[in-house]
Design a protein around this ligand. Sequence first.
Ligand SMILES: [Zn+2]
Length: 257
Amino acid sequence: MARLQIRQFPCLSDNYGVLARDPESGSVIAIDVPDAAPYLAELAETGWRLTHVLITHHHWDHVQGLVPLKEATGARVIGPGLSRDKISGLDEVVEDGDIFHIAELKVEAISTPGHTLDQISWWFEQAGVIHTGDTLFSLGCGRVFEGDMEMMWASLDKLNRRLPDDAVVYCGHEYTLSNARFALSVDPDNAALKERVAEVERLRAEHMATLPTTMGRERATNPFLRAGDPALAAALGMAGASPAEVFAELRGRKDRF
Ligand SMILES: [Zn+2]
């Protein structure tokens, strides 16, 4: 199994930058570029040479630093085909299910629309690592802006079905603490959730990252991934409702929380 060396660092107010290095080839991949300066600082500190940039979606806080980072490094930029006209600096675009290799490292583009229509989750199967952009967060999920509730649920369920428990999940934002408070409000008796909330509170009190998380942990604690669980539907007074309906109710409550 190919390993990846990963550096995660804060960008802007609550975004994360992520750099992943394949030690076998020396390839270094940036995922999203909220801001070029912290990336350049990490590259300088590690001595890593950036070769590729993968973009999850077109929002400004994910692409703002792309052009300056590309100019400084000459990295090759790959992003969602749906945003070929929205994102400047793309060298190559992908569609759902596209697989390509960076040296020997396999990269799969899993389309997970809802927050935006173009959203891609980047899956490095050999390393067991995924970056879910603004689709799946720890204990939460992205707001539904461009898609609809059914589309967003289908995307989360796709990740649910596709990823093993030990998949390591990186994402775009440190929103875990506020997500945790909402999750507890709808699922107060979930022991795994209570344990995770305590951990998140401790980490944030020390200004430490709550990410990455794992798919197994999210399946046990994240209400948005559990919209298909009859027990959660019943707790919301929605026994018999479809998972998409339960998801829509959860997302609506979170938006008003
Ligand atoms: Zn976004």
